[in-house]
Write a protein that binds this ligand. Structure first.
Ligand SMILES: Nc1nc2c(c(=O)[nH]1)N[C@H]1C(S)=C(S)[C@@H](COP(=O)(O)O)O[C@H]1N2
Ligand SMILES: [Mo]
Length: 330
């Protein structure tokens, strides 16, 4: 059974170290009803059995989802129950509470979906998402997701290599970075009617990071399409970086020559760096990053684990940062 409410006095330190604490205090109190945020903790270990994803892929992607390639990533990991991964979310376009994305995104329209590709590339234009995805085989990759708020989950994503997709747009030699943007549609995304974040949500990567084989362009999880609250119909998944880099509901990709501005980096540059690599040796200014709460876990079983360098993906991505001072480039 999911424990969704608890007394304020039970609040764990890591729950008050919320990214949204940075936002306008009054608006935040209004959004959460002035009470403690809900906790997607689980009270009964037996309930942690994996449930399937009962969503149906659009007809155009049905055969892709019938032929998902299994990969070796994370096969030894204990996957979070579907219910936990889809009800404890950060997707501020639908509100700041952890349950808001699930509660407020059910009407969100994700088909058809177009992505505008622009900037330093030869093959720019407006592309249909299905066409982008159908050009590759879908893969399942079980990755750890580590939020900067010091919680984490293991999630079985379905998607395609981001680098493979980007290469098809033929970036020029001037494309040193790639910028991503989420949909801006306040009619559908009630969180965008208020301030707080500077909409649309914006993120970016150095081009070699984007081309790293670990970087995933995800269109699904738990064997089927992404639930809206998890960033449908398409998002990044960058398991060696804090979760806020893994931008949801992408509508724009732009190849650029200089480091792009990002939502969190602009809002609070001393707290959220451009690189945002998971690093237990560099604390967030307001809390330690040495440990994390691996969900599901509740008040009685917080399930605290040590945070690993690059979230445990150092072999895969460490060389991207050789010679860099990771305290300076956090
Ligand atoms: N557009 C958009 N993308 C976003 C966010 C958001 O608020 N808006 N939150 C980020 C944060 S802080 C995290 S931890 C992850 C959470 O992904 P999940 O809800 O699928 O676990 O999404 C990231 N991507
Ligand atoms: Mo996050």
């Amino acid at each position: 059974m999911l424990i969704r409410t608890k007394k304020v006095s039970d609040c764990l330190e890591s729950e008050v170290t919320d990214e949204s604490v940075y936002l306008n205090r009054r608006q935040f109190m209004k959004a959460t009803g002035g009470i403690a945020l809900g906790v997607g903790g689980i009270g009964n270990v037996a309930a942690a059995l994996q449930e399937g994803n009962s969503l149906t892929p659009p007809p155009s992607l049905a055969s892709s989802f019938q032929n998902i390639i299994e990969t070796p990533y994370g096969l030894d990991e204990k996957v979070a129950p579907f219910d936990v991964a889809t009800s404890y979310n950060n997707f501020y376009e639908f509100g700041y509470g952890k349950n808001d994305p699930k509660d407020k995104s059910s009407e969100f329209k994700t088909t058809p979906w177009a992505i505008t590709v622009e900037g330093e590339a030869d093959n720019t234009g407006i592309f249909d998402l299905d066409d982008i995805i159908k050009a590759s085989m879908l893969e399942e990759r079980i990755y750890r997701l580590r939020c900067v708020e010091a919680w984490s989950m293991v999630i079985p994503w379905v998607g395609v290599s981001l680098g493979d997709v980007l290469k098809r747009f033929k970036p020029t030699s001037k494309a040193k970075y790639v910028y991503f943007e989420t949909l801006y549609d306040p009619q559908q995304m009630p969180g965008q009617k208020g301030g707080g974040l500077d909409w649309p949500y914006r993120e970016g990567l150095r081009i070699d990071e984007a081309m790293n084989p670990l970087a995933l362009l995800a269109v699904g999880m738990y064997g089927s399409v992404l639930p809206n609250q998890n960033g449908a119909p398409v998002r990044l998944v960058l398991p060696w970086k804090y979760g806020f880099k893994s931008i949801k509901s992408i509508v724009k990709i732009r190849f650029v020559e200089t480091m792009p501005e990002t939502t969190w980096g602009t809002l609070a540059p001393s707290e959220y760096g451009f690189y945002a690599n998971v690093n237990p040796n560099v604390d967030h200014p307001r809390w330690t990053q040495k440990q994390e709460r691996r969900l599901p876990g509740g008040v009685l079983f917080p399930n605290v684990v040590e945070t690993k360098m690059f979230n445990g993906y150092e072999d895969e991505v460490g060389s991207l940062y050789s010679g860099m001072d990771l305290k300076r480039f956090y």
